[in-house]
Write a protein that binds this ligand. Sequence first.
Ligand SMILES: Nc1ncnc2c1ncn2[C@@H]1O[C@H](COP(=O)(O)OP(=O)(O)OP(=O)(O)O)[C@@H](O)[C@H]1O
Length: 257
Amino acid sequence: MSKSNLLLSVRNVSNFYKERSKGIFSKGGKTRVLDDVSFEVCKGEVFGIVGESGCGKSTLSKAILNLINFTGEITIDGISVRDKKKDIRKDIQIIFQDPKSALNPMKRIGWIMEEPLRVHKIGNDNSRKKEVIDMLNLVGLDESFYNRYPHELSGGQQQRICIGAALMLKPKLLIADEAISALDVSIAAQIINLLNDLNKKKGISILFISHDLNVVTYFCDKIAVMNNGRIVEINDAENIYKNPSQPYTKELFSLMI
Ligand SMILES: Nc1ncnc2c1ncn2[C@@H]1O[C@H](COP(=O)(O)OP(=O)(O)OP(=O)(O)O)[C@@H](O)[C@H]1O
């Protein structure tokens, strides 16, 4: 991969958490959650991370957002995520499994989506409103949603709002952490189509984290398979589907049928 095409680089990343001590005379040990994880995501790519519950997927996304301590190095567009001088927090945005709990129930949708712009002092009241309405259209909702409250929306509409709010600051990378797991199958398919459109038409790079190998092989260009905090296999979606090289990947595929 040429340097100019490289967006996210994760190199030799490990993370530990301290076990609770079992008594006043015993020290708690350390448990490894991420074990020497390395991979790269290109600009414009949809990169999937797949693995069973507890394998370390969410811990990995927290490390990329620099929310936890880790060893190794993570860069976005060549800049370390630990670099406090560069305003890189807005370059990586995340959407989660449960859109409802991500939206402030006391605020209207317009207020919620304008918030990132206000925090970063971008534009004025009028320009912010216009940007939000454009974003509502981009995520497949109309202007009428601007004045609604989150509880007045369906789960799928709430997830569209979360995606729109995450994109307000034009991030370089969108992390979707189990973003469709809580949705009905048909609504989940609509959200995948929306993410696919955003990637194909707007070039938004996506790190798609899921336990569902079926969805990941359908949607992603490249896939990393995780097991027990390690990446056991990385390949193009098509190759991994047709010819998984690791026993663990084969096992995951066999569970899909
Ligand atoms: N600070 C912590 N204290 C105790 N256990 C932790 C801590 N951080 C992570 N773990 C453990 O590390 C493992 C990985 O957690 P993580 O949330 O990254 O998994 P995951 O693959 O995202 O799972 P899921 O899909 O169920 O969310 C789990 O077994 C979790 O209980």
